[in-house]
Write a protein that binds this ligand. Sequence first.
Ligand SMILES: Cc1cc2nc3c(=O)[nH]c(=O)nc-3n(C[C@H](O)[C@H](O)[C@H](O)COP(=O)(O)OP(=O)(O)OC[C@H]3O[C@@H](n4cnc5c(N)ncnc54)[C@H](O)[C@@H]3O)c2cc1C
Length: 312
Amino acid sequence: MSNPKHYQLIILGSGPAGCTAAIYAARANLNFAMITGLEQGGQLTKTDKIANWPGEPNEISGLDLMEKMMKQVRNFSSDILLDSILKADLSKRPFYLKGDADEYSCDALIIATGASAKFLGIPSEQKYMGRGVSACAVCDGFFYKNKNVVIVGGGNTTAEEALYLAKIAATVTIIHRRDSMRAEALVIDQLKKTTNIKFELNSFVTEILGDEKGVTGVAIQDVNSNATKIIEAQGVFIAIGYKPNTDVFAGQLEMEQDYIKTGYGAKTATSVPGVFAAGDVASGYYHQAVIAAGSGCTAMHDAKNFLSSLEK
Ligand SMILES: Cc1cc2nc3c(=O)[nH]c(=O)nc-3n(C[C@H](O)[C@H](O)[C@H](O)COP(=O)(O)OP(=O)(O)OC[C@H]3O[C@@H](n4cnc5c(N)ncnc54)[C@H](O)[C@@H]3O)c2cc1C
């Protein structure tokens, strides 16, 4: 270890959780740095339209919203570091972080590294991303009023998102590669009772179809017979899960399904005193920007209380 740059507080991540924590840290006059990671502004920068950010009555693009948040951080602080953390040692204080560009140490750490939505990995998915392809029914369902949509996946999240979409869209077709869904029996019952929900089981998406306006349908293939067919739809929701960005901390913090567990005393406190987690990285359920921002604010207050306790 050479001579790491030391800060009272380091915030990892520049999504809504990281930016909000940074704004509050600056206003609390803490000596802190925000390390942006490779995705400056976080995953919201991937989406075209956001209609549920309070205070933005007209739709705003994710990129514009996150540029505004980053600008607000910059107004208060110059310690925004364009680096990505590859290694961490949380076994003793100060905590040590090794980045791609530099090394750092801190007395308190807020982890706001998010959780990346998993995608199918077919080329047409990227082509129509934000033009009919989405990984978030709660975020984008609104844009498919009285339209036909498909949702890909078979777990509880898929089932809940399908029920959510069924209240908005004309039809919702669930595409799942197994012969039954993995969701809870009660939820599956609800799906079956919802008249505009259809099932394409034992099937997987081979291609997302579209034109210059966006998605027009999906091509699916039966896993047993290899038979193919096309389902017409204007929206394709991918609900096959999330991968929390926690590899760097594996074995050092208590986790549940790779999400960082919190609530050890303070709301955002992790199993290691002085380390806090905010946003999607700590929540397997709520993947919403406003919730991430709120928890970034909470994490900064928890971190500030922890730092004050060190001075006593
Ligand atoms: C396509 C899409 C559309 C969406 N639409 C909406 C919407 O309309 N409304 C809504 O409320 N929500 C929406 N969401 C969800 C929303 O984007 C997330 O809930 C929110 O961004 C989570 O914020 P976060 O700060 O926790 O994490 P993220 O925004 O994921 O940010 C994580 C940050 O951590 C950084 N990072 C990761 N690893 C490292 C590392 N090793 N070192 C340093 N930094 C690291 C990344 O660079 C990034 O800056 C959408 C998501 C997607 C994918």
